[in-house]
Design a protein around this ligand. Structure first.
Ligand code: AVJ
Ligand code: FE
Length: 440
């Protein structure tokens, strides 16, 4: 991309992203903005000023070398200084101040974008720091959408329903044994944890062609899955007992659930959402399967057997369009299985991108050759066994913060995020040796 293209793209992405933040925060009154809807979440007004503060720190001060706008508030919006549950008690900017602050910062950034030299510093090469800030705000927009889902009271958000299924999708796809390229060294706005590209060799495996649906998950519930420790890991069972889990979050146990303030019957063909990693693990065991590893998920999503290379997305290298995937809060729910035939991978695996984040069995670690960039606190401080990796993005994720290599992570007990899963299993030997093979 030329410099001019990078600048135009950055400006468009910043604008598109801010419109979403404004929609999510203008949807409720001031009282609602400063209130904490769940101890798991910040007040919405905190997210709003926090995205402005990160934009100030990275773009106005670091990239631009300009004077601080509000250095005095940095500590209030440092996510490492104050846990979410304590944020409502802080002397935060009020709704009007937070809005004015984010606008002031944005005006400075747009001014800077016209003048800044985009070459010679890794931080701004191909607009990286701007892309990082776009993705940061988009990630908080998804977090704000999760806050909306937790908020009590009448509905304030609306969107068109997702598309209907256009194809019947069931069963599993066989991914033959062999190496593939995982991660990326090429994607200009990829974050540090997606880098570098490296080869991973996997044995043959089967992966579900679609995420697990409400109908399938209901069968697990009806079969007494939540009462049978056989399906749960010891930690999972302990958590199930302690937290009193009996079904996905927001289900009422009578075939209805609440989404963004509306109580409705569950849609059987929709991917199940709001399950924690332990629930996903238990379902998979009950189904005689397991969760895919992160590498299995990515190979199913990116590997093209015809060329032997890894694609940016399951459908190819083009940026996500509306017919590829349910992304970007265009619809406020996952789409039923079969609704996105245009987004299938070469192996015929559907809806890997969008709809629901998919839990994998993998802990969050750096790839071989990982280098923190531009700061350790983005990813590296979270590496270790406490966090599980999620892949693929949800209906609440923007396309700027979602691709075949994008990695999300959370604690295995979390279910306020838009997370579901699909299952996998190691291919039985008679399948593993038949079919197309990619010889390394
Ligand atoms: C990658 C979604 C786990 O929300 O904690 C936001 C993204 N990092 N601000 C998070 C993030 C800093 C992060 N996740
Ligand atoms: Fe943040």
């Amino acid at each position: 991309m030329t410099d001019l293209d990078v600048r135009a793209r950055v400006a468009a992405e910043l604008e598109r992203t801010r419109r979403r933040s404004v929609t999510l925060t203008d949807a409720v009154d001031d009282d609602d903005l400063v209130r904490q809807h769940s101890p798991l979440m910040s007040p919405l007004v905190w997210d709003l000023a926090h995205v402005g503060n990160q934009e100030e720190l990275w773009l106005v001060r670091d990239v631009g070398g300009r004077e601080p706008v509000r250095q005095d508030i940095d500590h209030l919006y440092d996510a490492f200084k104050h846990p979410r549950k304590d944020r409502p008690q802080l002397p935060l900017l009020g709704p009007a101040e937070a809005r004015a602050y984010t606008r002031t910062v944005r005006d400075k950034v747009l001014d800077l974008l016209d003048r800044v030299e985009l070459e010679g510093r890794p931080l701004v090469e191909q607009g990286f720091a701007f892309g990082m800030i776009v993705q940061h705000e988009q990630q908080h927009d998804e977090t704000m959408l999760a806050t909306h889902q937790l908020r009590a009271g009448p509905p304030v958000l609306a969107a068109a329903p997702p598309p209907r299924p256009a194809a019947a999708v069931d069963g599993e796809a066989l991914i033959p044994a062999g190496p593939f390229t995982m991660g990326t060294s090429a994607e200009p706005w990829a974050l540090d944890n997606e880098r570098p590209a490296h080869t991973v060799d996997l044995p043959a495996y089967l992966i579900d062609r679609a995420p697990v649906t409400n109908r399938q998950f209901q069968e697990f519930v009806d079969a007494g899955g939540y009462e049978d420790p056989r399906w749960w890991s010891p930690e999972g069972w302990e958590h199930r007992q302690r937290a009193g889990l009996a079904g996905p979050m927001h289900w009422h146990g009578d075939g209805t659930y609440t989404r963004f303030g509306r109580r409705e019957p569950l849609v059987p063909d929709e991917p199940v959402v709001h399950v924690c990693w332990y629930e996903a693990e238990a379902y998979a065991a009950w189904a005689g399967k397991r969760l895919p590893t992160e590498a299995e998920w990515e190979k199913a999503a990116r590997f093209d057997p015809a060329t032997g290379r890894s694609r940016r997305y399951p459908w190819g290298d083009e940026d996500p369009a509306e017919h590829h995937a349910n992304l970007g809060q265009r619809h406020l729910s996952p789409a039923p299985v079969g609704a996105y035939p245009g987004g299938a991978s070469p192996a015929g695996v559907h809806q890997l991108i969008g709809d629901v984040w998919e839990w994998t069995s993998s802990d969050f670690h750096g790839y071989p050759g990982f280098a923190p960039f531009p700061y350790r606190e983005y990813s590296e401080v979270f590496f270790g066994p406490e966090y599980k990796v999620l892949r693929g993005g949800s209906f609440g994720t923007d396309k700027a913060a979602c691709r075949g290599t994008f990695r999300n992570w959370d604690y295995p007990i979390r279910r306020q995020i838009f997370a579901g899963f699909r299952c996998a299993r190691t291919a039985p030997s008679e399948l593993a040796s038949s079919g197309p093979r990619s010889e390394a």
